[in-house]
Ligand binder design. Sequence first.
Ligand SMILES: C[S@@+](CC[C@H](N)C(=O)[O-])C[C@H]1O[C@@H](n2cnc3c(N)ncnc32)[C@H](O)[C@@H]1O
Length: 199
Amino acid sequence: MATVTDIIHVPQPMPLDQVAYRFDPSLFLSRHDENWLAQILPYAQRVLSILGAKQGTLLDVGCGGAGLDMCMAVTSDLHFMCTDINDDNVAYASESAKDCGLQDRVSTQQADAQALPFEGNTFDYVMSTQSICGWHNPQKGLEECYRVLKPGGRIFVRGFGDRFRNFWDILCDTGVKDFEMVHANDMSWFTIDKPAERS
Ligand SMILES: C[S@@+](CC[C@H](N)C(=O)[O-])C[C@H]1O[C@@H](n2cnc3c(N)ncnc32)[C@H](O)[C@@H]1O
């Protein structure tokens, strides 16, 4: 079902001193400054909670330097496939994963959102943040995200600015039935759920 939800109350992030780090944060801090980490960790926790993701595989489409992925790796056991159309960003993300000691759980690959080089039903979760507005054909990109998502999986997309109506129409045109657009006081996003296969 397609729905719009307004959220007034933003969940409280986990205090940073209670974060159970899955890697040595000092490695991470060799690349990222402490203030940035303090800002992005609550955001990373929030995205994980919206996705309902703790383990499994996550595809990031348009990852940039993949800082968000590294932070999401801090508080989850997820395995990440970080993709971007830009080779330099992919190279940076790959180096960053090595520096953080996360190369076992963070892979990288150059990919265009509109032609993802993965088999159908591959990933438990797909996310894309601050990228979709740069895709020439966002409908095709979303159809690709949906194609590679496993049944029972969820897509999280953020970064469509004030083009909310425009993206509502695009989502309707993809034919996906189960999506939710959410407006919180500090950010907007949408999720798409792929129905689980019946046994
Ligand atoms: C503003 S950055 C966002 C990076 C990161 N996701 C974040 O939230 O910080 C947008 C990224 O989308 C990538 N991008 C743009 N068009 C793309 C496409 N068609 N397929 C994959 N990535 C794309 C850009 O190369 C860039 O790295």
